[in-house]
Design a protein around this ligand. Structure first.
Ligand code: HEM
Length: 171
């Protein structure tokens, strides 16, 4: 049976997500991304993004990040992207391996997505400090590279950048 995450080629794209077609495919970071936050040691990481569809008005995604040197799996996210019909309003529905689940919403302007967390929830034994807010920007640059910047606020820190990385399309 075909993998439902890998059906992008065989099913027509639903018109409801046409404005996001520039995301579809697999993206590999071209050089290690930079991670930082006032309370942690700065770090480097690699990451692969998969965006696919199965003909529904939804994009499916998986993000898998690894330690830049040891290649050990670290942060992982998966979920769905929807657009409000007739608008440029976009919603990300996200589950993270840390035990956090998020709804992020925002606007699509050209090939840039600006997202802010609308609701956050977590498993009862999630590690502290707890995330209180997430802001995320995806941008397809004129050179064809995709850029992601993530900022967060926790119990202890105001909204501050946590991640910055660029990717090249690998399929
Ligand atoms: C929306 C996505 C993410 C959220 C909400 C998030 C959240 C957090 C939080 C709350 C901390 C603890 C900060 C503190 O102790 O003050 C943290 C630390 C850290 N994050 Fe993230 N993170 C995200 C994505 C990533 C990604 C993609 C990586 C890539 C490898 C990553 C790697 C790390 C590392 C290495 C640390 C420090 C060690 C640790 O606490 O595990 N994070 N992150």
């Amino acid at each position: 049976m075909a993998c439902p995450f890998n059906n992008t080629e065989s099913v027509p794209l639903n018109p409801a997500i046409l404005a996001l077609d520039w995301l579809l495919g697999t993206w590999e970071c071209d050089e290690p991304g930079e991670g930082c936050f006032p309370s942690i040691k700065p770090f480097h990481y690699t990451e692969t993004l998969h965006f696919s569809h199965v003909g529904q008005p939804v994009i499916n995604f998986m993000f898998n990040a690894f330690h830049a040197e040891s290649k050990k799996p670290l942060h992982r996210e998966c979920g769905f992207i929807r657009m409000q019909p007739g608008t440029n309003r976009v919603a990300f529905i996200i589950a993270e391996n840390s035990g956090l689940v998020e709804i992020e919403e925002g606007e699509l302007t050209g090939q840039q997505l600006n997202l802010q967390s609308q609701s956050l929830s977590r498993i009862s034994f999630a590690k502290e400090p707890h995330v209180q807010q997430v802001c995320r920007v995806f941008q397809l640059r004129p050179d064809g590279k995709l850029e992601q910047t993530v900022s967060m606020a926790t119990d202890n820190q105001p909204l501050t950048q946590h991640l910055h990385i660029t990717y090249r399309r690998s399929s």
